[in-house]
Design a protein around this ligand. Structure first.
Ligand SMILES: Cc1ncc(COP(=O)(O)O)c(C=O)c1O
Length: 295
């Protein structure tokens, strides 16, 4: 395990050791997480964007020359799909066949509200091709800046050297404190407790969307994490709505912000709603303000 300054440093270190500038093709989910894209762009990668559907990344659309494929299989960011078992198998098969690696970004899967989770890609991997990236940003808090990479053995030396070159090591006091917190069972208790808190917030949000916004927003089914997305009719001007909402202290995000090709025509549009730092009353108030602004 390589301890990193959040998932973001994990992406940066992986880009440093895996990307050959201007040659390496990296396949990224679209829509996806812009800071991940930024890390690979900074390393000089050739970025290929690949669409997602309700089963996660559409593996057959990954270009054959891709040497790195980045995915959020437990909870696609931002749309929310769980990558299906056949897609997981297809992605691992792709990696093995093409000598590619997979970066599995498991950023918020501690908060799962439905079924038992599917096995992580790394658990299923038989060819040492998966890098598993975890973070404590969602299970605890982002300012902690602690995450980790579980890498295949062949990459350990390079990864250790990259971490050493970047910043030596993560603050030991924070690492020791977190290790004790986990060891004494507090993290597991915290996650169990917060799962109920987040489930209640999520229900408030979902009920409100279904009750008051059904005429123009369709929530995307998903059962994990700290945010929810909803799709909207393409004719609506969501960018203006987001801007007006922001002026009324309602923080919603247009899905376009997560699109690597926002000018593309015929793209779905929608909104992302986060509930990690807003209680049920806040959510209800936000939705009521939004309703007054909405079309
Ligand atoms: C898709 C995705 N990956 C990773 C992260 C975590 O980033 P970090 O650990 O750098 O805070 C986030 C946080 O919002 C995220 O949405």
């Amino acid at each position: 395990v390589t301890v990193t300054a959040g998932a973001q440093q994990a992406f940066d270190l992986l880009a440093r050791i895996l990307v050959e500038p201007r040659r390496t093709v990296v396949a990224l989910e679209n829509p996806g997480y812009p800071p991940l894209r930024a890390a690979f762009a900074a390393a000089g990668a050739r970025i290929a964007i690949v669409p997602v559907d309700e089963e996660g990344l559409i593996v057959e659309r990954v270009p054959a020359q891709a040497k790195i494929v980045c995915v959020t299989p437990s909870h696609q960011f931002p749309l929310g799909a769980v990558m299906s078992a056949p897609r997981r198998a297809a992605l691992l098969e792709f990696a093995q066949r093409h000598g590619a690696v997979v970066i599995e970004d498991d950023y918020d899967a501690e908060f799962r509200f439905g079924d038992r989770p599917l096995d992580a890609l790394q658990t299923l991997d038989r060819s040492e091709s998966v890098f598993y990236v975890g973070t404590f940003s969602k299970s605890l808090f982002p300012a902690l800046r602690l995450g980790f990479i579980v890498a295949p053995p062949w990459a350990h030396v390079a990864l250790g050297a990259a971490k050493q070159a970047a910043d030596g090591y993560c603050a030991l006091l924070a690492q020791e404190t977190l290790a004790a917190f986990i060891g004494e069972g507090h993290l597991a208790r915290h996650v169990r407790r917060m799962r109920e808190v987040y489930a209640a917030r999520r229900k408030t949000l979902l009920d409100g969307l279904q009750r008051d916004f059904a005429d123009w927003l369709q929530p995307v089914p998903s059962a994990a994490g700290l945010h929810l997305t909803a799709l909207a009719d393409r004719s609506l001007d969501l960018e203006t709505l987001v801007e007006r909402a922001r002026r009324r202290d309602v923080g919603i995000t247009s899905l376009r912000r997560f699109d690597a090709d926002p000018q593309a025509r015929r793209r779905q549009q929608g909104l992302a709603f986060g509930y990690g730092s807003l209680d049920e009353r806040g959510i209800a108030e936000g939705l009521s303000r939004l309703r007054k602004l909405a079309p």
